[in-house]
Design a protein around this ligand. Structure first.
Ligand code: UT7
Length: 341
């Protein structure tokens, strides 16, 4: 289904503390060479006490200024985050209150690294309603909060940061197609759980609390899950390459285009090798695949928004171009949205 969707403004924010690959050699057994060659990451930014919502506010204020829109004109605020500051209130409510967006209702999304792309599609659908004129979509992630800095296989990958876009139906842009998918059967490949605090009356045995996993039933408890990110890197890698390919083929076919007609693919910034493998399968030249991973690391759902904002700032996006956004990650989930901008 085609829906009106124009990016009226964008912004992003990275906290000032920069950590180089070589800094990790002081805390885990790794090397700059391993991290660069296996991922494409050179450095990342870490919050020094800034909250997820505070980073989101900075990105949002830039996006509103870019769109020349007052917060009071917003009708909906969507925030994607796997690292909210509170169980309640939501990041989106805090943002709504801080910005003074009194007319806007506010909703948090958690589909891990796919969140910004899911958010684009949600915004397009809400904007079909004429009473909703402006949507602020924010992604803000403080992954350093859930990173195990003793695990070399994950701690070198992640970074913190935020991005925001102001979206409207009143403009030339369109969402031409989307492909959003979830595969809970692969949930165990990427986990981080809340600390499990029992009430003081004793806990039911695990066997009573959860139906045992069987042939047709997946487990709901993952022995490897801790409050820190645990990832089966190879499984997620395989999933990610397939997800990008499946999503791009689906959205281009559904909108009646060939893959080679894409002007840009703006993907989740997780690993340059994933992007190269997917581009090869799609026969898409790498100069159409935007990457800023070297500077930011993997910032989960913020990464597609940060990449989009950088593309706009660098003047790479022009009206009428075909731009695909692709996210993949925990859940497992993936999502691809095709825009004519
Ligand atoms: O944002 C959510 C989505 N996440 C992703 O898309 C991430 C997907 N996965 C990946 O990007 C890659 O799987 C990783 C970058 C996480 C890992 O790359 P890999 O080529 O799959 O490495 P591997 O896990 O197969 O490990 C290869 C070797 C292992 O040593 P042995 O078993 O071959 O002796 C690891 O122990 O590299 C070792 N290793 C490291 N060595 C130095 C793992 N991490 C490090 C490290 N420094 N930081």
């Amino acid at each position: 289904m085609q829906m009106k969707l124009t990016i009226a403004g964008s912004g992003s924010y990275l906290p000032p503390t920069t950590v180089e690959n070589r800094d990790f050699t002081r805390i885990v057994d790794t090397s700059d060479e391993w991290i660069r060659s296996r991922t494409g990451i050179f450095r990342r930014h870490f919050s020094d006490g800034e909250l997820t919502v505070e980073m989101g506010v900075k990105a949002a204020e830039k996006a509103l200024a870019d769109a020349k829109l007052a917060a009071s004109e917003l009708d909906l605020i969507l925030v994607s985050s796997v690292t909210p500051d509170y169980v309640t209130p939501t990041v989106s409510c805090l943002l709504q209150g801080y910005l003074g967006a009194a007319q806007a209702f506010a909703l948090d999304i958690n589909v891990a690294c796919s969140g910004f792309v899911y958010g684009l599609d949600l915004a397009a659908r809400y904007l079909q309603d004429p009473s909703i004129r402006h949507v602020l979509l924010v992604a803000s992630e403080k992954l350093s909060r859930v990173t195990d800095f003793t695990d070399r296989s994950t701690c070198v990958l992640f970074g913190d940061g935020a991005a925001a876009v102001v979206l409207t139906a009143n403009g030339p842009g369109e969402e031409l197609a989307c492909c959003l998918k979830a595969d809970g059967r692969q949930a165990q490949a990427l986990t981080a759980c809340y600390p499990d605090r029992n009430h003081p009356f004793g806990a039911a045995p695990a066997s009573l609390a959860t139906p045992p996993a069987g042939k047709d039933r997946m487990a709901l408890r993952f022995p490897q899950a801790t409050p820190f990110i645990h990832m089966d890197g190879r499984e997620v890698y395989r999933f990610a390459v397939g997800a990008i390919e499946q999503g791009i083929r689906a959205v281009t076919a559904s909108a009646g285009y060939q893959v080679e007609q894409l002007d840009w693919l703006i993907p989740h910034q997780a690993n340059n090798r994933i992007l190269e493998a997917a581009a090869k399968r799609l026969n898409l030249p790498m100069d159409k695949v935007y990457s800023c991973l070297d500077e930011i690391g993997n910032t989960s759902s913020s990464s597609v928004g940060i990449a989009l904002d950088r593309c706009r700032q660098q003047g790479l996006l022009q009206g009428g171009q075909l731009v695909a956004f692709s996210g993949f990650g925990g859940g497992l989930t993936h999502g691809t949205v095709l825009l004519k901008i």
